[in-house]
Write a protein that binds this ligand. Structure first.
Ligand code: CTP
Ligand code: CA
Length: 226
C-alpha cells in the first residue's frame, strides 16, 4: 500500500564537518590565520545533508551562508574548534576535517592592543593541538576523513598524514593547481584510502566534488563491510 521510500545512504547517521580557517588572537585587534575560504567544508556539509545525514558544521570565521538543514556551530580559535568537535565526536559516524586549522598561536594573547616599539621583531608562538590527530587517537567506530592542501609532493605528504593521524581517508590537493585551491569554486583532488587505494578526480565544482567524494567513501565502506 505504501511505496517503498528510497533510503538515503547517510540516513540516521551523524556527520561532523569542520570548515574554514581558525583565528589565533595576538591582541584585541590582530590575529594569525590563513586563506581558507571554507567553501570545500561547507560543500561537504551540504552534500552530507542531501545524502540524508544529520550534519553538524563546525566553522571558523568565513563569509558563507549556513547550508540548509545543517546545525552550524561557529568557533574562532583552534582550541574552540577542538572543544566543539570533541563535544560532537562520540556518536558521529563520519568526521570530515576540512578546516585549515592554524598550526601556531601566540604564547600569550595580549588583552590590550600592542604598541610598536623600536627593536621589536618577534612574537613568541606555540603549536596548537592537532585536532585530527587527537580524534585519530580516540577513534571508536568513527570514519575519519582528513584534508591535506599541499604545494608539492601532495600524494606523499597525504599518505604520511593518513598514517600519522590514524585516518580512514584523506583528500589531497595541490593548492598551486590552476583548477582549484583556496578561494576557488573548483577543486582538483585525489582521495587516498587507508587500504592504499588512490582515486584522482577531474577538476570539478566544489559542490559537485563534495558529493562525489562522499559517494565514493560510502561505496568503499560498503565494499569493506560486504
Ligand atoms: N588539522 C587539525 N588540527 C591541526 C592541524 C591540522 O585537525 N592543528 C587537520 C586539518 O583539518 C586537515 C589535516 O589535519 O584535515 C591536515 O592538515 P594540514 O595542515 O595539511 O597538515 P598538518 O598536520 O598541519 O601539517 P603541515 O601543515 O605541517 O603540512
Ligand atoms: Ca597545518
Amino acid at each position: 500500500r505504501f511505496s517503498n521510500p528510497i533510503q538515503l545512504p547517510l540516513a540516521g547517521k551523524k556527520v561532523v564537518v569542520t570548515a574554514g580557517p581558525t583565528r589565533e588572537r595576538i591582541d584585541p585587534v590582530r590575529y594569525i590565520s590563513n586563506f581558507s575560504s571554507g567553501k570545500m567544508g561547507y560543500a561537504m556539509a551540504e552534500a552530507a545533508t542531501k545524502l540524508g545525514a544529520s550534519t553538524v558544521l563546525i566553522s571558523g570565521p568565513v563569509e558563507l551562508p549556513k547550508p540548509e538543514g545543517v546545525r552550524l556551530v561557529k568557533v574562532e580559535s583552534a582550541a574552540q574548534m577542538l572543544e566543539a568537535v570533541l563535544a560532537e565526536y562520540d556518536d558521529a559516524s563520519i568526521v570530515v576535517k576540512s578546516a585549515a586549522v592554524a598550526d601556531y598561536k601566540p604564547k600569550e594573547a595580549q588583552t590590550q592592543k600592542m604598541k610598536k616599539k623600536d627593536g621589536d621583531s618577534s612574537i613568541e608562538l606555540e603549536r596548537t593541538t592537532d585536532i585530527l590527530k587527537t580524534l585519530g587517537a580516540h577513534k571508536n567506530s568513527q570514519i575519519l576523513v582528513g584534508f591535506a592542501a599541499e604545494t608539492n609532493d601532495a600524494i606523499g605528504y597525504g599518505k604520511s598524514k593518513l598514517e600519522s593521524k590514524n585516518l580512514d581517508y584523506i583528500i589531497v590537493n595541490d593548492v598551486t593547481d590552476p583548477g582549484g585551491g583556496f578561494g576557488s569554486d573548483t577543486n582538483v583532488v585525489t582521495l587516498l584510502t587507508r587500504a592504499g587505494k588512490s582515486y584522482p578526480f577531474e577538476a570539478m565544482l566544489k559542490s559537485e566534488l563534495a558529493n562525489v567524494l562522499l559517494e565514493k567513501i560510502i561505496q568503499e565502506e560498503r565494499a569493506t563491510v560486504d
